[in-house]
Design a protein around this ligand. Structure first.
Ligand SMILES: [Fe+2]
Ligand SMILES: [Fe+2]
Length: 328
């Protein structure tokens, strides 16, 4: 970013960051009271461990192929957490060396909560007996090594817009996998996906609140950042997902097709998330905008209807792809 613009961003981040204690108390949970993966998994120090694993495997036997594929993709997305943490640590206003009690504290504490998601899903999938764990682990290592390109620069505005969107998207997808697993007769897995989904919602509320506070002091710049993010489209953090022998990003499109087929995360969800953010941030009625930002607002307010027209014409591929992750 240009120096002048970054100086202004830094100032806004310091201003919003003054309330960080209150924000963290509101949107994150005390560690000792938080759930941990083990709360939802058979305890390997207990004698009934093997019989519990047997029951767990039985309850996973009939889960559909696409469903397992989506669960694996979700897990790998969660396990690429090092990419997200290292990215956010580089954002303007986040400074873990010179200001460890500032925004970097939020990034660490948020990461610490998120870390439980991949941990829980990974252990569950390992126990399920349905997954080629080695192939999945190869994809995870590839994804972390490949990183991502989310178009947010070091800009806190673009990054908080991105995370607001992303936390809502992961809330939707984990919520849907929860509903589906109940329908498939696996209430245990449904509970697991459900607790993760509710973490994501709490995080979404936090990032949306950060953006609201920025909007209150720098509406024009935030509006321009939002327009830029939406023109580029919000790419998923796992967009580089691959398997061994597959080109970078190719596995992602198959994962995304499976999610569309199952209705776990669809183009309509993308549009609805956008609409919910426009309402949440009261984009339509924000005042004191410069002329560029006025135009950006017009673009944004017209965008959901435009995306809907395109979405009506796109077809979801029916072709089922053979993931190396799943042994049939
Ligand atoms: Fe997560
Ligand atoms: Fe999240």
């Amino acid at each position: 970013m240009e120096t002048e613009l970054s100086a202004a961003r830094l100032e806004v981040m310091q201003h919003v960051g003054k309330d960080l204690d209150a924000l963290m108390a509101e949107y994150l949970k005390p560690i000792d009271q938080n759930w941990q993966p083990t709360d939802f998994l058979p305890d390997s120090s207990k004698e009934n461990f093997f019989s519990e694993v047997k029951l767990l495997q039985e309850s996973c036997r009939d889960l559909p192929y696409d469903y397992i594929a989506v669960l694996i993709g979700d897990t790998i997305t969660e396990e690429a957490l090092p990419t997200y943490e290292s990215w956010l640590m580089d954002v303007i206003g986040v400074d873990q060396v010179d200001n460890p009690s500032g925004w970097s504290r939020w990034v660490r504490a948020w990461t610490a909560e998120e870390n439980r998601h991949g941990d829980l899903l990974n252990k569950y999938l390992y126990l399920s007996g349905r997954v080629n764990m080695r192939a999945m682990e190869v994809s995870t290592q590839y994804l972390i090594a490949d990183g991502f390109d989310i178009g947010t620069d070091r800009d806190p505005y673009r990054n908080f817009i991105y995370t607001s969107f992303q936390e809502l998207a992961t809330n939707v997808s984990h919520r849907r996998t929860a509903t589906l697993s109940k329908q498939f007769g696996n209430p245990h897995l449904s509970k697991i996906c459900g607790v993760i989904a509710s973490d994501e919602m709490r995080h979404a509320k936090a990032y949306k609140a950060f953006v609201s506070r920025i909007l209150a002091v720098d509406p024009s710049e935030l509006m321009l950042a939002l327009e830029d993010m939406m023109r580029k489209k919000i790419v998923m953090p796992a967009h580089f997902l691959r398997e061994s022998g597959v080109k970078m990003g190719d596995t992602f499109s198959h994962f995304s097709d499976a999610a569309q087929r199952l209705g776990v995360y669809t183009t309509m969800d993308y549009i609805e998330i956008l609409e919910s953010l426009l309402i949440e941030w009261e984009i339509e009625t924000i005042r004191d905008l410069n002329s560029g930002a006025e135009k950006a607002r017009d673009y944004l307010m017209a965008l959901p209807a435009r995306l809907r027209r395109i979405a009506d014409r796109t077809r979801i591929p029916e072709l089922a792809y053979e993931f190396s992750w799943i042994s049939r």
